[in-house]
Design a protein around this ligand. Structure first.
Ligand SMILES: *Cc1c(COP(=O)(O)O)cnc(C)c1O
Length: 564
């Protein structure tokens, strides 16, 4: 069968609600999915035996249009699994609301650097004739619907995923849970690890919890309790029946409700946060658990513009497999760095012109801000004091490029998109501003490589890691960012970029610090001191890219989380 070549050796199963496989496959919404994709891309290149599991999300996350008033309009964002993957023959069932719901799978093959080995990713699909109309849609909408819909999706992902792997003959050594969405897989494993009848001394000891813990690795991504998946016991029982002993479930997932993070924490031997500061925050949130940190990274080739990739091939051959070699980037001639940057900048300028009819000037610095539009990311912070902003732009001209989708139910996020659009009009004679609709992977590469400065202004400690700034690093684009997530580890002031405020500053004053840094340091250097500017470009490549990449991240998971 099509997947036969993958089942002869033990493997690690990587579960994620979203995975950014490629631009045409709409199974991702933001950083979490892109990270999952980068993780698997690195595993493919390093020839590690991983298998990815996610939902097929036929209707995608959302296709974004933006109206004249800056209002986001959402459309379904269908893609065709048959165009990009192969149908698998196995069919399994999960029980939902006492009905059998049938699940099939699609096999997507991820290519590594070397042609001989591909990495399998399985996309779970309930859109089958065997199911009723409602159940057919369970795997349709990424992060769509209500809590009941979400629980059904998590049943298909967690419980269905384990069953599918078994049906296909995969021999799984470890289950890696990327965020709590797939935590129900631990319950399916518990049901499989039951002590023999004569060894059971009392009912609670029925399940071999240590054996399941040994099998599971959990990576947490959310630095606060709100925003984690939680289901009432009433809903849980209604949907899953007596899938597992309730008393045991309560001891593992919480007395008052089924908390997926808590369930994953209790049933995973190896637990980690995604940056050093995020691991610290998580230890405070969950005292008593041993929470390690593996700082995120991005996939080198995927996030390096051609113009820079060619340069790296010339000066640091082998960087694709060993991005550590990029430490030598400070040896590349200044003119070559600048030329590569201008190539990607001109490309972005033409995309901006084509998409939103704004003319950007290649000689004026562009600040970029693109990510999910949600209130804690504070995309509109740069508009906090318009007179001040105008006076800065008057002395030191700059331009702005924005992009990002808001979740359909996130009115604050949509409000931010509107606010930015209002300023595009109000400031049209002072600052050129563009907002590109329908942010996706391809656009992300164009923006992170085509701007001059990468801006990030999250409200600490809510940016668990952030990865788009790392993508900028691979393209020699300095970050100007709040000290949160990865930037606490990546920022060397004036060498790799600049900090906005310091780790103890009052968030209400962040816009002040941003203005000050722009006016006194960043923009004057860009306009008056090209040599220093290029040395910061080389600084972020040579000091950040060798570390903040997914090869290093994957090698760490391989040795520290999977091996023992
Ligand atoms: C990298 C990426 C993100 C993550 O951006 P952050 O700034 O880390 O939140 C989100 N969406 C897309 C399409 C990306 O490529």
């Amino acid at each position: 069968m099509v997947h036969d070549e993958f089942i002869y050796e033990d493997c690690i199963a990587y579960f994620s609600m979203e995975i950014g496989l490629q631009n045409e496959i709409h199974t991702y919404s933001g950083g979490l999915g892109i990270l999952a994709g980068d993780m698997l891309r690195s595993a493919a290149e390093l020839e590690l035996p991983l298998v990815g599991i996610t939902l097929v999300s036929r209707a995608g996350y959302l296709y974004q249009e933006i109206g004249d008033q800056g209002q986001q309009m959402e459309h379904e964002d269908y893609w065709k699994p048959e165009d990009w993957s192969q149908s698998l023959e196995a069919k399994i069932a999960v029980t939902i609301e006492s009905r059998k719901v049938w699940v099939k799978g699609w096999l997507y093959l991820m290519e590594g650097l070397f042609e001989n080995r591909k990495l399998p990713v399985i996309l779970l699909d309930t859109d089958l004739d065997d199911n009723n109309d409602e159940d057919r849609k369970i795997t349709h909408y990424l992060y769509g619907g209500d809590n009941t819909y979400r629980l059904k999706q998590e049943i298909v992902l967690g419980i269905g995923g384990v069953r599918m792997l078994r049906a296909l003959g995969f021999n799984v050594r470890k289950y890696h849970l990327n965020e709590g969405h797939s935590a129900l897989l631990t319950l399916e494993l518990l049901r499989d690890h039951i002590y023999p009848e004569d060894e059971i001394k009392w009912e609670k000891m029925r399940y071999d919890i240590p054996a399941v813990r040994d099998l599971c690795v959990f990576t947490a991504h959310t630095p606060e309790k709100a925003g984690q998946d939680e289901f009432s016991y009433e809903l849980f029982q209604k949907t899953l029946g007596d899938f597992i002993d309730m008393e045991i479930l309560k001891s593992l997932a919480g007395e008052d409700s089924v908390n997926m993070t808590q369930l994953a924490l209790n049933l995973s031997e190896y637990v980690n946060g995604v940056a050093k500061s995020h691991a610290e925050t998580s230890r405070e949130l969950y005292p008593g658990y041993h929470i390690r940190s593996v700082t995120n990274g991005v996939h080198p080739c995927t996030w390096t513009h051609e113009s820079f990739a060619e340069l790296y091939d010339k000066y640091m051959k082998g960087w694709r497999h060993e991005p550590e070699l990029l430490v030598r980037a400070d040896q590349i001639p200044d003119e070559a760095i600048w030329e590569a940057h201008m190539d990607s900048k001109k490309e972005l300028i033409s995309i901006v012109k084509k998409m939103v009819k704004v003319d950007m000037d290649k000689n004026i610095p562009i600040l970029g801000f693109a990510r999910r539009m949600t209130s804690y990311k504070r995309a509109d912070i740069i508009f906090s004091d318009i007179d001040r902003l105008k006076s800065i732009a008057d002395e030191w001209p700059f331009q702005l490029v924005f992009a990002g989708k808001a979740h359909p139910k996130d009115d604050e996020g949509k409000g931010i998109i509107k606010t930015i659009h209002n300023y595009i009009d109000d400031l049209s004679s002072d600052i050129r501003i563009a907002y590109l609709p329908n942010y996706n992977m391809d656009m992300a590469l164009s923006i992170v490589s085509g701007v001059d400065i990468w801006l990030n202004t999250p409200l600490p400690p809510r940016e668990a890691s952030g990865t788009s700034g790392m993508k900028a690093a691979f393209n020699g684009v300095p970050n100007l960012s709040i000290l949160d997530g990865w930037w606490i580890e990546g920022c060397i002031e004036g060498v790799t970029g600049w900090a906005i405020g310091d780790e103890d500053s009052d968030p209400d004053n962040d816009y002040e610090s941003l203005y000050r840094k722009l006016e006194q340091t960043v923009l004057p250097m860009y306009h008056n001191d090209r040599a220093s500017w290029i040395s910061v470009m080389k600084g972020i490549i040579s000091k950040n890219a060798p570390f903040f990449n997914s090869h290093r991240m994957m090698r760490r998971y391989g040795i520290e989380a999977y091996l023992f």
